[in-house]
Design a protein around this ligand. Structure first.
Ligand code: BES
Ligand code: ZN
Length: 619
């Protein structure tokens, strides 16, 4: 039935040359992968458009309202939505009350919400509100913001958290368009992963449209005392007032990045590319919400040294947002491709050597991650099996760094020209649809390898643990200089002052700190700190890697513990926070870690809390 429908539309599209993009988007998916993280049954009934009407209540710390869905029934007698920790007040179908049912509550997936429908049902309406257990939302008090005057709300949808603030078919392969009416206190501005207002209005009521079909994990909302500053007609930044100039300076190359990305893999599909810099509790470095990337303030370094994050989130506009992993087991298709694309953007703007430094950092991360996972080698495969697990716990940096290495190795064996036309075509052919690992592999074989008569050990890379031995060698000349200096320093041939007077860039300093020999004396470690001032570093990345080394070396001078504590109290970025807590635990400081965590925990978003709770054995 479904296939028949689709082929009719496709046929109509073939005959009618003017067949619109929207029709194409609607006809792209004909079969669905089995997604173990969603209760929805998309082949039976699917929601195509969401019209959201909500109020954000900062006193009660809830979001409440109505989610209206335009649905397509393919023969089912119910439509199933994912929900987690939501109160469902009422459901109607085409205006008539229906008796809905909520299934058993699974601690990871939440509850399926089943709504009875018949063959002609068109509009499903769900009245609901969030609870204090809602994981996607983080309500911040003024003290937790940059300006300290107004409260703030941010959401995080990836991987399976959108269902905690909107009842939704929460599988990445179920794309939908959305519109939203959002009412917020009138001192605040609301912005979403959609067409956005550029300034506050009088009444606090904002309307949003996302006309392109996106995956549910990409629906996002931020509410705060935000201002906008344009970088180019199609790029710009939102931030709190006290941050806006710094943010605007930091991300000044955004338009250049978009141009470079388009030159590589085709037109930017989302019209506008803005970034909002959030308060420091935002749990990620960045999140690629379409049209509006969410970013941590920890990358506002003052010297544009950490802007590869923007290249990364921008790259997701192709790998992830346009061509989307069908399930979380295929997460590497989002992140591995994005890191590859990120490196290409950085190379286009700042040169090969710069990109090689970034790639070398990732290569060391990969070696370290494989070492951490040595008792769980299956977790180092690209294709994951996250069934029964919280995808957020199962997704590690393998998807990023091994995924990157795979594509770089592929590039080196087929040559850049072929690689680029292949990738461009891949994004173009699969635009606005989702892709499984298996579908990608067959596409790769057909469109690149067989055509060019190239042998490549794909299965080895994708389904086996560790790094295959044909992996590309990544080398950075600037890092070789650092490695030589480390040896000289270790052997007493240069002193610390000389190291710090060098004109190394931030990445070189990071590489240096990360590779301080574990057997270096505490005297030398302290001398280094005194010469370079790493304990009071302003750059968050430098500070984080230095604190990690301080903990590993049991270095306690220069009040470093106070600095670590204030860093952990302030910053909620999960990667930073978990690196430092992990180091404390590994160095027999778990009791201290627990005391500190009790204080810092209220500042963290639920995704960071979940990770650290688990690490410290809390709850
Ligand atoms: N999409 C990810 C963030 C994410 C991954 C959220 C998995 C939830 C589940 C984002 O694009 C990302 O990768 N962010 C990185 C930064 C990047 C430069 C590696 C981060 O947050 O550190
Ligand atoms: Zn990413």
């Amino acid at each position: 039935m479904k296939l028949f429908n689709k082929s009719l539309i496709l046929l109509a599209c073939l005959i009618n040359a003017a067949c619109s993009n929207a029709d194409k988007e609607n006809t792209e998916i004909v079969s669905y992968a089995n997604d173990s993280h969603s209760y929805a049954k998309p082949s039976e009934a699917i929601a195509k458009h969401l019209s959201l009407d909500i109020v954000v209540d900062f006193d009660k710390k809830i979001v409440s309202g109505i989610a209206d869905y335009t649905i397509e029934n393919n023969g089912g007698n119910e439509i199933i939505f994912d929900t987690k920790n939501l109160i469902i007040h009422k459901a109607t179908v085409d205006g008539k009350d229906v008796s809905f049912s909520l299934g058993a509550d699974n601690p990871i997936l939440g509850q399926p919400l089943s709504i009875p429908i018949n063959n002609d049902s068109k509009l499903v309406s769900i009245k609901y509100e969030t609870t204090d257990k809602t994981e996607a939302l983080q309500f911040l008090n003024p003290q937790q913001t940059a300006d300290k005057k107004f409260p703030f709300l941010l959401t995080q949808g990836q991987a399976i958290l959108t269902r905690t603030w909107i009842p939704i078919q929460d599988s990445p392969q179920i794309r939908l368009t959305y519109s939203a009416n959002v009412k917020v206190p009138k001192d605040l501005l609301a912005i979403m992963s959609a067409e956005n207002p550029k300034a506050k209005n009088e009444n606090g009521k904002y309307h949003f449209e996302m006309r392109q079909a996106i995956s549910p994990y990409l629906i996002a909302l931020a509410v705060g005392d935000l201002v906008y500053k344009e970088i180019s007609p199609r790029t710009g930044v939102y931030a709190e007032r006290s941050m806006i100039e710094k943010v605007h300076y930091e991300f000044a190359d955004m338009e250049k990045m978009v141009k470079a990305a388009e030159a590589l893999y085709g037109k930017y599909a989302w019209d506008q590319f803005d970034v909002v810099v959030l308060p420091p509790s935002f749990p990620f470095g960045g999140m690629e919400n379409p049209r509006l990337t969410f970013a941590t303030p920890t990358v506002i370094a003052g010297d544009r040294s950490l802007t590869s994050l923007i290249a990364h989130e921008l790259a997701h506009s192709w790998s992830g947002n346009l061509v989307t992993n069908a399930t979380w087991d295929d997460f590497w298709l989002n992140e591995g491709f994005t890191v590859y694309f990120e490196m290409r953007i950085m190379e286009a703007l700042y040169g090969k050597e710069h990109a090689n430094m970034l790639a070398s950092i990732g290569r060391q991360d990969l070696t370290e991650e494989i070492e951490i996972l040595k008792d769980k080698p299956e977790a180092t495969r690209l294709k994951l099996n996250l069934k029964g697990k919280n995808p957020d716990d199962g997704m590690n940096s393998i998807a990023y760094d091994k995924g990157y290495l795979f594509l770089r190795t592929l590039e080196e064996s087929v040559g850049r020209d072929k690689m680029d036309s292949f990738l461009k075509e891949y994004f173009n052919t699969n635009a606005f649809s989702t892709i499984t690992t298996e579908k990608f592999i067959s596409y790769l074989k057909n469109e690149l390898l067989i055509k060019n008569n190239i042998e490549f050990n794909i299965d080895n890379w994708v389904y086996k643990a560790g790094v295959p031995n044909n992996a590309a060698q990544i080398q950075s000349d600037k890092f070789l200089i650092v490695e030589d200096a480390i040896n000289d320093w270790k052997n007493g041939n240069i002193d610390e002052n000389l190291l710090c007077e060098s004109d190394w860039n931030i990445q070189q300093k990071i590489h240096f700190i990360r590779n301080i020999p574990i057997d270096i004396s505490l005297e030398k470690f302290e001398a280094l700190d005194n010469a370079c001032g790493f304990t009071t570093a302003k750059n968050s990345y430098i500070a984080m890697v230095w604190y990690e080394q301080a903990i590993k070396h049991n270095y306690r001078k220069n009040a470093v513990d106070t600095q670590i504590e204030s860093f952990l109290m302030n910053v909620g970025r999960r990667w930073y926070v978990s690196t430092l807590f992990k180091a404390l635990v590994a160095n027999n400081r778990i009791d201290e870690a627990k005391v500190l965590y009790q204080k810092a925990r209220p500042n963290y978003h639920s995704v960071t809390v979940n990770t650290i709770d688990e690490m410290l054995g809390i709850n």
